[in-house]
Ligand binder design. Sequence first.
Ligand code: NAD
Length: 335
Amino acid sequence: MSQTDKARIVALRELLHKYSHAYYNLNTTLVPDAEYDQLYDELLALEAKYPDLADEHSPTRRVGQTPLDKFVQFQHTLPMLSLEKAKTEDELTQFNKRIAESLDASTAIEFCCEPKLDGVALSLHYQHGRLIRAVTRGDGFTGEDVTQNAKTIKSVPLKLFGDEHPAFLEVRGEAYIPLRDFEQMNARMAANGEKLFANPRNAASGSLRQLDAKIAADRPLFFSAYAVGDYDDPAGQLDQASHYRRLQQLQQMGLVVSPLLDNVTGIEAVINYCHALYTKRDSLDYEIDGVVIKVNRLAQQQALGFVARAPRWAIAFKFPAQEQLTTLLDVEFQV
Ligand code: NAD
């Protein structure tokens, strides 16, 4: 084994720990996502080359970060995982091939294509249609209880529409701050002599994880639902066949679901969707960093299952980064 490679593995792990601690816990970004992803991929490749140096604490084995002690912690009944990434059409084609082979599928796969909203994951728990809890992703297994803050988000229904609801329903989605609101918020903070947030993602993460719900209430957070998590549905109200149909059901219950999502058949249609959304990216009033592509049929999702830190039935197609390191480091960060 090359000593240089070994030293590089150690150095990369240290660097990625430092960057992800800043990103997830301090709401600051020390390097652009593209640079983080490049270092991450380099570490993945080295770890694959030297399986003897495997370490369960490596950043490549972990999701998010340890939840902060200042919050009450809550254990997710279904883990909130990460996503496998693709950067090229070829990688999407490979993803489709893997899935089709694994399912032994004779017809083209149906995919739900969704904008990858660049905010922070949030899980909402409803008991008989009433919001009882809201939890961050944390390390994927244990999150932070941010119920009081989530209740201040106007697009989070405190009570779902209709009279009949599952006994328990977990709604997963992204909390984010729209661009115009972000600019107004930063202008207000500058006028008050407060430190500014470097970008809407950091602002969303920092706002959701405030100990004082009054501060969170002042922050223009928005919630967009992207999945049903755990549930207890004795009356069989939730659709059991299609992820896309479930999102429509969430919408009927009063949750906001992205108007840009689409249910398509075959990987060519997925690639077309990615091109079309990329073209639209700059005209949107919120930041997206790619497309999340999910196998739509729930039976197929179940058959495909999970690898260590991500589902096998989904992939994130990442758009080229917009941010520049210089602009990131020029800003005084809010911690
Ligand atoms: P991920 O990229 O693996 O994606 C999972 C997350 O996507 C979910 O938790 C959810 O919050 C979000 N998401 C948005 N829209 C969604 C949708 N429609 N359906 C499902 N999920 C959706 O998330 P991760 O594991 O937090 O991210 C790792 C990424 O974070 C890296 O690729 C890197 O770009 C970035 N990062 C950057 C730094 C840095 O220093 N710049 C540090 C750590 C991580």
